[in-house]
Write a protein that binds this ligand. Structure first.
Ligand code: ZN
Length: 379
C-alpha cells in the first residue's frame, strides 16, 4: 500500500486536507483567500496513488463563493503540468466529488489550468524582445512584485504616434482566473507576429498597453479573487489607496497619463459556460455612440471566432446603477470610451464543448489571438 500525501507548497498552491487515510474517501477543504473570505481556487499534488482508484471529496464546496460554479464542472488534472485534462466530477450542492485512478505517483489537480508567476515573467521577457515592445515597470505590489505594462506599437506607422488609438488590455485582477493570463499570452503572440496583417495594421494605427498580470501577489498566494491585503481589485477603481490596492493605483495613474480609447479587462466566470462580454450600460456616460461601438466590436468578434457569443451574458446594468469601482465602468466613464469586461468559462463553452479538456489554456490563447480582429474593426 502506497503512502498518500498531498502537497501545495508551490506557486498558487491551495488546499486543506481533512482526511487522507482512505484513498476511497479523501476529504478536502477548499481554503479561503489569504486575507478575505472568498474561496473557490484549489491547486495541489496528490502523491502515492499510482494505479489506485481515488475519490476526492471537497467537503465545503457548497459554502464556497460560487457554489453554482461547481454544477456541471469537472476538476482539472495533469501529470506533467503541461497538459491538463478533466476528471469525472459530481456536485450534490454541498460536497463536490472527483474520481480518478492516477497513472503515476504524482497527480496535479487544480480549479483551472494554472499560470505561474515564472510563466508571467517569461511572457514579459519574450514579448520585450520585440522591437515593437517597451516594458514599463509602473510600481510594486504589496509583496514587492513588479506591476508591468507592455507598450506595443510600430515606430513607423501609417498614423502619427500622437494620433493613434490607445488600446488597453488588463488581465487577472482576479488571480484565480488564470484563463485571463492565457488569453493575454495568445493576444501578445499574434500581435507581435510580423507576418500577420491584422497585427501589422493594428500596430501601425494604434498603441497597445497590456498589463498581463494585475494581481501577481494574489496569483502566487493561490487566491481566487483578492490581493495580499484582501482587496478585490475590480471593486477598487474609484479611489484605489496605495496601501490597499497599489496595483490599481499604478495602472490607473498610467491610464490618466496616456489616455484610453478602448479597454478590455479579461476575466473568467465560475458559473456561465460561455465566452461573453459585459459593457458599461449602467454608467452615467453611456451613450448611443458607445452602444454603436459595442455592437461593432461584438459583431466583428462573432464573425471572427465561433467561441464568442452574445446570447448568454450578465443581466444588463440599469441606467445610472453601475458600480463605479469596476475597472470597465470607471474607465468607460473617465475616458468616454468603449470598455468591456471579457469573461471566459471555468467549465466549458457549451456551444463548442470539449469533454476531454473543457475550456482550457490553449482555447483561451486562441480566443486572445482572435480578439485582434474586432479591435481592427473599431479602427
Ligand atoms: Zn473576475
Amino acid at each position: 500500500m502506497n503512502l498518500l500525501h498531498i502537497s501545495s507548497a508551490f506557486d498558487s498552491g491551495a488546499i486543506e486536507v481533512l482526511s487522507l487515510t482512505d484513498p476511497a474517501d479523501i476529504q478536502l477543504r477548499i481554503r479561503s483567500d489569504h486575507a478575505a473570505d472568498f474561496a473557490q481556487w484549489f491547486h495541489f499534488c496528490l502523491h502515492g496513488a499510482a494505479g489506485v482508484p481515488v475519490t476526492l471529496r471537497f467537503m465545503n464546496a457548497g459554502q464556497c463563493s460560487y457554489p453554482a460554479g461547481f454544477k456541471g464542472y469537472q476538476v482539472v488534472a495533469s501529470y506533467d503540468r503541461q497538459h491538463w485534462f478533466r476528471i469525472d466530477t459530481q456536485f450534490d450542492g454541498q460536497v463536490m466529488t472527483a474520481r480518478t485512478t492516477p497513472a503515476t505517483q504524482a497527480l496535479y489537480l487544480a480549479y483551472f489550468e494554472p499560470y505561474s508567476y515564472e510563466q508571467h515573467l517569461d511572457l514579459l521577457a519574450s514579448a520585450s524582445t520585440s522591437p515593437h515592445t517597451t516594458p514599463e515597470r509602473l510600481g510594486a505590489s504589496l509583496d514587492g512584485r513588479d506591476i508591468t505594462v507592455l507598450r506595443v506599437t510600430h515606430a513607423q506607422g501609417s498614423v502619427p504616434l500622437a494620433e493613434r488609438k490607445k488600446i488597453w488590455v488588463i488581465a487577472r485582477q482576479h488571480p484565480g482566473e488564470t484563463m485571463a493570463a492565457w488569453f493575454v499570452e495568445g493576444l501578445l503572440e499574434r500581435l507581435l507576429d510580423t507576418s500577420d496583417s491584422v497585427s501589422r495594421v493594428l500596430l501601425e494605427q494604434s498603441v497597445f498597453y497590456v498589463v498581463p498580470n494585475m494581481n501577481p501577489d494574489g496569483a502566487v498566494r493561490g487566491n481566487l479573487r483578492t490581493n495580499a491585503a484582501g482587496a478585490d481589485l475590480n471593486r477598487a477603481w474609484e479611489s484605489p489607496a496605495l496601501e490597499g490596492a497599489p496595483e490599481v493605483f499604478w495602472v490607473r495613474q498610467k491610464m490618466l497619463e496616456v489616455g484610453v480609447d478602448v479597454s478590455l479587462d479579461v476575466h473568467g466566470d465560475e458559473g456561465l459556460p460561455y465566452v461573453f462580454v459585459a459593457g458599461s450600460e449602467g454608467t452615467p456616460g453611456y451613450s448611443p455612440r458607445i452602444a454603436e461601438l459595442e455592437a461593432t466590436f461584438k459583431n466583428a468578434w462573432i464573425a471572427a471566432c465561433p467561441d464568442f457569443q452574445d446570447t448568454h451574458h450578465y443581466s444588463v446594468g440599469a441606467p445610472g446603477k453601475a458600480n463605479m469601482g469596476l475597472a470597465t465602468h470607471w474607465v468607460a466613464q473617465q475616458f468616454a470610451c468603449l470598455a468591456f469586461t471579457v469573461e471566459m468559462p471555468f467549465k466549458d463553452n457549451a456551444n463548442l464543448p470539449d469533454p476531454h479538456v473543457g475550456w482550457n489554456g490553449e482555447r483561451s490563447r486562441k480566443l486572445g489571438a482572435s480578439v485582434l480582429q474586432p479591435l481592427l474593426a473599431l479602427l
